[in-house]
Design a protein around this ligand. Sequence first.
Ligand code: ADP
Ligand code: MG
Length: 266
Amino acid sequence: MTGVDHEALVAMLDRLKLTAIRDQLDTLLDEAARSDMTLREALAFLVRREIARRDERRIAMASKIAQFPFVRELDGFEFDAQPSLDPRQIRELATCRWIAHGDMVLFLGPPGTGKTHLAVALGREAIRQTYSVQFVTAATLVAMLAKAHDDGVLDKQLTILARPKLLIIDELGYLPFEANAAHLFFQLVSRRYERGSILITSNRSVGEWGSVFGDAVVATAILDRLLHHSTVITIRGDSYRLREKRRSGLLQKAGSALETEGATKQ
Ligand SMILES: Nc1ncnc2c1ncn2[C@@H]1O[C@H](COP(=O)(O)OP(=O)(O)O)[C@@H](O)[C@H]1O
Ligand SMILES: [Mg+2]
């Protein structure tokens, strides 16, 4: 670094907004010198640091915008605990090819079987691959649409909800929809159809969606669009939470009233 003033170098990095390199300048240069890098290797080493920092920030910011309810990754998912799932199928989804094509994904299964975990983990994967993601519960979504409709701004709201490349709608079916809500939901699905992906989690099988939407005709129209280019993953088995509790001895084996968590246990 002979002839190059440290302050001047920092000022230049600052000007180029290379803040990761700027903040760790001495450490990085020492490391490059220690490991006998060529100039080309050293430059790649520094630039990689800068890119890593930017990716980290971008992912943090996009995850905040996505409004995930919690942080979950695929790495933290125990496939052994959920034998009804094919890990290869989930890994295929993690490539995000389906998002590139604007396809749909449905995770169906009883509560506590990891549907939201997988939805969030896939959402984060999508963000890593620079897709925009929005997470919303079905109840919140329907309330948003109903309010927009009442306020005469439904079209604007639908445009906003059509923007993210992946829309995750969690917990469809926990609450039955009102008749108008089913129509609003249909409009959303139509607006996004073949443009942007939707990932839906539901504790109800598609056969029960007629009663969820309170209207068999609308439910069929919604399913028609959702299932056209889709992957449907049905999870069977016990709630992971209860399994953990049972393991730690807090719950007796089988037969507990809590066991079904109010769900359709299979
Ligand atoms: N197979 C699994 N491996 C690791 N954690 C799991 C698994 N299944 C569920 N969990 C955890 O159990 C909790 C409940 O799972 P969640 O995804 O919310 O279930 P669901 O949405 O199906 O009701 C979450 O904290 C989740 O991370
Ligand atoms: Mg859930």
